[in-house]
Design a binder for this molecule. Sequence first.
Ligand code: PLP
Length: 382
Amino acid sequence: MLPRRDFIRRAAGAAALLGMPFQRAEQILCTQSVPLPPGDLLSSDPARYWAGLRAQWLLAQDHINLNCGSVGCSPLPVLSAMIDHILSAEEYREPAYPWFGYEENDRLHALRDSLASYLHVNRDELALVRNATEANNVVVNGLDLKPGDEVLLTDQEHPGGRCPWEQKAARFGVKLNTVVLPKPPASAEEIVERFQNALTPKTRVVFFSHITTVTGVVLPAKEICALARSRGVLLQVDGAHAIGQIPLDLHDIGCDFYATSPHEWLMAPKGTGTLYIRDERLKDLWVNIATANWNNYDMKAYRFSWFGTSNLSVMVGLKAALDFHQQLGPDTPAFMSSHRKYVNGSRAIRNFPSPMRAPTVFTAVSSPSSRIRGKESSTSSL
Ligand SMILES: Cc1ncc(COP(=O)(O)O)c(C=O)c1O
């Protein structure tokens, strides 16, 4: 970390050169001194804990943000890392070019290591892209399918996942079949059964969102993957909402492809995405954007991160977001649900309509009495 005088120098530089108010530049670039509240405050004095944590964001004081879908608000350590990189990169002191989109430099290597350990995959199975939409497109446009091949997707897919398949159908005669998800589902089994009934001998790919975009249901990903794999079908999961919101073990889930948008619930800089490609599938995909190394299979998943000059500073911010997220504690879901409990418990929030409530979690577990977790995760049950 840079000494404070260097931060102030950069803040002054940012203020002068970018026309940024000095106060804001200093606020962003001199945040080392704003410590996180101690973790034990969360149980002893949650109001103080959350007030202390809130100081990590620039969010306007009269604004409460309950939705990190589409984009989350990045905390100061993330902004600081990203903006400091924008400024320091212009000194051209680092041996590698300050870019992303070509060869992997040390920063990207370290980022992929951290992400791989967070997502429980191998670094070589992880491509850095710019969002989940791009990751979904890499998969859909990269797969060879022939007319008459079928793809099964749900009726609740975001356009960033559904439309690549619609285009594929229009161009190549692939047939799309739809699983209608019950609203609300009675059980995880009910969801899996619907997938089972919709599979045909011609189904080549099953595609679904891990957390649905409108209703916030967490689908039983592992069970759906196990079902489809037993039929030799490829599994593509859209995890735009999942990263940062629920713990992820992609090897355990058993999918072939998994897309994320860390700028949502991981609160990373806007324009950061990841794509997991199971090792055995790395040679099955064409790249969407071809430049050098388009067919260099030795590069493994990083082949899909060669798409021309792009912004390294947001990737530096993504690493900071991951570090920040992990600094909050190993039990992120507890963090998220505590947060919901706290905000939902306040009078101002209690009357918000249901889409503002916590996601409903459907996941199959062994005990029959607790097959559905979070069934009633509305304001009243939190
Ligand atoms: C399930 C799902 N997929 C894809 C997207 C698109 O995300 P992005 O714009 O980051 O690509 C979203 C956005 O919220 C989403 O909810």
